[in-house]
Structure formats: structure tokens, C-alpha cells
Ligand binder design. Structure first.
Ligand code: HEM
Length: 168
């Protein structure tokens, strides 16, 4: 909500639906910009880390991970690494648009055999949520709320906002 506040009109761009009308699959497929925003939000640490445990001693480059140790890979540390991605901290919804390596570089839903089976459903839910949110509500972020953590996003007071319902 912090990052999309200034970009609300873009979320409903192209929508021909009235406020109270329900969205369907055809509408979802047309929500091109919303999907770009979701991909951008996904790279910022929607998920902090996943849990892994070394079952036997493992060597990675100069590091040895002893058996029994827990490893918590922080995916957004890679998404936001300035040595890999220039301007990674700039909120650019088009960031992943033309990247052919997106499947390898953007992993908000994990990867490999444990990859999230609900990721397509999650994207539909987030898209519909954003659509109804920006059509029906406006909000102000409370003073002092700034992103404070890196490499994932957290806010001082958990991101407090004032929410107002748009008059019909
Ligand atoms: C924004 C929403 C979501 C995010 C960011 C997310 C992220 C993830 C990630 C990163 C993993 C991999 C965990 C790991 O490697 O240890 C995972 C696994 C999983 N997710 Fe999601 N997920 C989301 C929504 C959903 C939904 C909507 C469902 C089901 C309806 C779902 C079901 C699962 C299941 C069952 C697994 C375990 C897969 C396995 O271990 O084989 N997730 N999710």
C-alpha cells in the first residue's frame, strides 16, 4: 500500500468494469499493468526467507555448511542486489518486463521441487484485491512510516494507514 499509493490509477487502467461489478478471468488477463506491479512488489521481500537444513556437510564456494545447520535463503537479497541489478531499489513496475531470465532471477514463490503450487492463484487474488482496493478506497500513510529494513521491506510501526471508503 505504501508503494502503490501514488500509482493507483495505473492499477485500474484499461478496466471497463463499474465499481460494484465482479471481475472474471477475461478481466484478469487484461490486467497487464497490475501484473507488472505484482511482479515488482514480489521482488521486494513479500516473503522474507525459506527454511532449509543441511543434512550433510555441504560446500558452497569458500563456505562449508556443517550438517545440521539451518540456512535461511533471503530471496529478495538477490532480487535487490545492486551488483546484479542496476537501480534495483527504484520502484519500476516494468523492471521484469523484457527479462528473458525472469524464471531464474525472480523467485518470490521459491523454486525447484518445493516451488509454491499456489502461485497462480495467489497472483489472481492479489490482482483482484488491488483492483477493488484502489477503486473503492483511498488512504494516507501515517507520518514517519518509511521502509526501514533491507533486503526486505518492513515499516517502523507495521505500516499504519488511514483508510477512507470512496463515496458511491
Ligand atoms: C502471495 C502469496 C504466496 C507466496 C509469496 C507464497 C510463497 C511460497 C514459497 C516461497 C514457497 C516455497 C517454500 C520453501 O521452498 O520452503 C511456498 C510453498 C507452498 N505454497 Fe505458497 N505462496 C503464496 C500463496 C500460496 C497459495 C495461495 C497456496 C495454496 C492455495 C500456496 C500453497 C503452498 C504450498 C502447499 C507450498 C508447499 C510446497 C511444497 O513444499 O512442496 N501458497 N509458497
Amino acid at each position: 500500500m505504501y508503494f502503490i499509493n501514488e500509482r493507483k490509477s495505473m492499477i485500474t487502467q484499461g478496466s471497463t468494469k463499474e465499481k460494484e461489478e465482479l471481475l472474471n478471468w477475461e478481466d484478469y488477463k487484461k490486467m497487464d499493468f497490475t501484473q507488472k506491479v505484482i511482479m515488482k512488489l514480489s521482488d521486494m521481500g513479500m516473503l522474507k526467507f525459506v527454511h532449509r537444513k543441511a543434512l550433510k556437510d555441504a560446500k558452497y564456494r569458500d563456505y562449508v555448511i556443517p550438517a545440521g545447520w539451518k540456512v535461511l535463503p533471503v530471496f529478495s537479497a538477490v532480487h535487490l542486489d545492486p551488483s546484479v541489478h542496476p537501480n534495483a531499489l527504484h520502484f519500476n513496475p516494468w523492471r521484469w518486463e523484457s527479462d528473458e531470465q525472469i524464471c531464474k532471477k525472480l523467485t518470490p514463490f521459491g523454486g525447484g521441487s518445493r516451488c509454491c503450487p499456489g502461485f497462480e492463484l495467489a497472483k489472481v487474488e492479489v490482482a483482484f484485491f488491488l483492483h477493488h482496493l484502489v477503486q473503492n478506497y483511498r488512504w494516507e500513510v501515517e507520518e514517519g512510516e518509511e521502509p526501514i529494513a533491507y533486503p526486505y521491506v518492513e515499516f517502523k510501526n507495521g505500516l499504519t494507514i488511514r483508510l477512507h471508503q470512496n463515496s458511491t
